[in-house]
Design a protein around this ligand. Sequence first.
Ligand code: AMP
Length: 170
Amino acid sequence: MNIRDYVRDISDFPKPGIVFKDITPLLANPDALVYCADRIVDLCPNTIKIDKVIAVEARGFILGGMIAERLKAGLILVRKKGKLPFEVNSINYGLEYGEDTLEIHKDAIMPGENVLIHDDVLATGGTAKAVCDLVKELGGNVIQCSFIMQLDFLNGKENLTSDVASLLNY
Ligand code: AMP
């Protein structure tokens, strides 16, 4: 199955000069959706038991849940500032313009747990690097950062020290 056919380019969204990779056609197609979750799990190292899948707000939540179910792992939500109800650890990270904050519950990961981080797109890697730092602060081991796609021309992989896996490269 060629899932590239289900990723739609939207020019100048959310601002001029950005080509937004819209995954809603992929999510809307039952075969493409299941295929994506299955293939991402195939790319995950099968010699290490993953304890937690960390899903990044908001588009990371969807496949993140499906991956966690397949790996029989727990699902942890990393969210934007102010959305999580319990005590949190926070991290500020740089965006193309300005900065943003991501948060994780303080009790989300036990020291020594093996973690897979999932988001839809790896662009500059700022988001994934911030999530890796949140996981490490709680004592977790980042086994892999997985994405539906990576934008190679932004070199996001260079910001990450962990294994990186993605189904599509642009
Ligand atoms: P970055 O921190 O630059 O790697 O950006 C990754 C985050 O921004 C992910 O959560 C993506 O969902 C989103 N993102 C960045 N660039 C794009 C893009 N061109 N199309 C869709 N989502 C994007």
